[in-house]
Design a protein around this ligand. Structure first.
Ligand code: NDP
Length: 323
């Protein structure tokens, strides 16, 4: 089979698509023919070495496809022929991938493979951020950075589903339009966003800032928060944030800062299933609009990384190994 891999860390040029042996399942594992693999910013952190993974390694974490073979102890709901999805199976940008049964969830009727692949990592992230990290309440105003991105478009919709008011940031008018269509109340430029967010909340500040941009926005975001507001730093698309002097949190109004990860919010099988069922359920009923902003052949995975890092993309990027 063919698979994308990183032999040494670096820029998108280090991504290679090679012929490799087909995987075979051990106990508690599935082999899946990948219909769609999700591309995520975390793939670029692993490729470049920002998140250390020892090369060589298979590219891609998330995806959906049909089960072709299972090892001992795998339940009927994940059996051969079933459409399943997962957020974490290293090497998902490949024709086939080995998935731990503990990671795989059955895709419900009414949801296709592309939509499922688009939701497992970014969708579950958006879900835990606004329901658990800071549980948005009706009437809360929150800032969502990069609101036209993969996480951003989903998070904006989910905050609105919870009755919150989204003050979005985006870098272009086209992206602003998408954020508005997803339900954002206001779209702000990055420059001066904190002052603008204060104006839009009558000087009070927002309940939470959801920040996946990181270095370029974090410090200013603290000034957008109301007293006892919550800074949810969940990524660093612009680079990693400098160390913080915690004394600043006192001076700025008893603020909270958290740096959450999806792994910590899907620690048990029950938690993974609950979040996945909710998110895939919203897709099935149409409550959530899933925008696929780009589809790439397996051979073009480097271009997907380039586009993502160059801020050229919106919504979800998918690699379709079957073409
Ligand atoms: P996106 O589709 O959101 O792409 C990143 C976006 O960030 C860009 O489109 C761009 O939007 C914005 N951005 C701002 N500054 C930069 C910059 N200097 N370089 C590149 N992009 C920039 O990606 P994802 O949805 O995959 O991920 C969004 C964030 O969420 C990432 O930080 C990722 O690491 C994080 N994440 C965290 C998880 C967690 O559990 N902690 C899980 C999943 C993702 P614009 O042009 O509008 O500014």
């Amino acid at each position: 089979m063919r698979a994308a891999s990183v032999q040494r860390t670096g820029g998108p040029e280090v991504l290679e698509v090679r012929d490799v042996p087909d995987p075979h399942p051990g106990p508690g594992q599935l082999v899946v023919e990948v219909d769609a693999a999700g591309v995520n910013f975390i793939d670029t952190y692993q490729r470049s070495g920002v998140y250390p993974v020892q090369p060589p390694f298979g590219v891609g974490l998330e995806g959906a496809g049909r089960v072709v073979e299972v090892g001992d102890g795998v339940g009927e709901d994940l059996g051969p022929g079933r459409l399943v999805a997962w957020k974490q199976a290293p090497g998902s940008c490949a024709e086939r991938v080995l998935v731990e049964a503990a990671e795989a969830v059955p895709v419900p009727d009414g949801v296709d493979a592309e939509t499922a692949a688009a939701l497992m990592l970014q969708g579950l992230t958006a879900q835990y951020l606004c329901s658990a990290t800071y549980a948005v309440r009706p009437g809360d105003a929150v800032v969502v950075h990069a609101a036209a991105g993969g996480v951003g478009l989903l998070l904006t919709q989910m905050v609105v589903l919870r009755g919150g008011r989204v003050l979005a940031t985006t870098s272009t008018p086209e992206k602003a339009e998408l954020a508005r269509a997803a339900g954002a109340d206001e779209v702000l430029a990055y420059e001066g966003f904190a002052a603008r967010a204060r104006e839009l909340t009558d000087g009070e500040g927002v309940a939470a800032v959801f920040d996946g941009v990181g270095r370029a926005t974090f410090a200013e975001g603290l000034d957008a928060l109301r007293p006892r507001g919550v800074m949810v730093l969940f990524g660093g698309a612009s680079g990693q944030v400098e160390p913080l002097d915690v004394q600043d949190l006192n001076a700025k109004g008893s603020l909270y800062v958290t740096r959450p990860s999806l792994a910590a919010y899907t620690r048990t099988r029950a938690e993974l299933e609950e979040r996945a069922e909710q998110v895939l359920g919203w897709a099935a009923t149409g409550a959530l609009d899933v925008r696929v902003g780009g589809r790439y052949d397996l051979d073009d995975v480097a271009r997907a990384h380039e586009d993502l890092e160059a801020r050229r993309t919106t919504g979800k990027l998918l690699v379709l190994p079957g073409g």
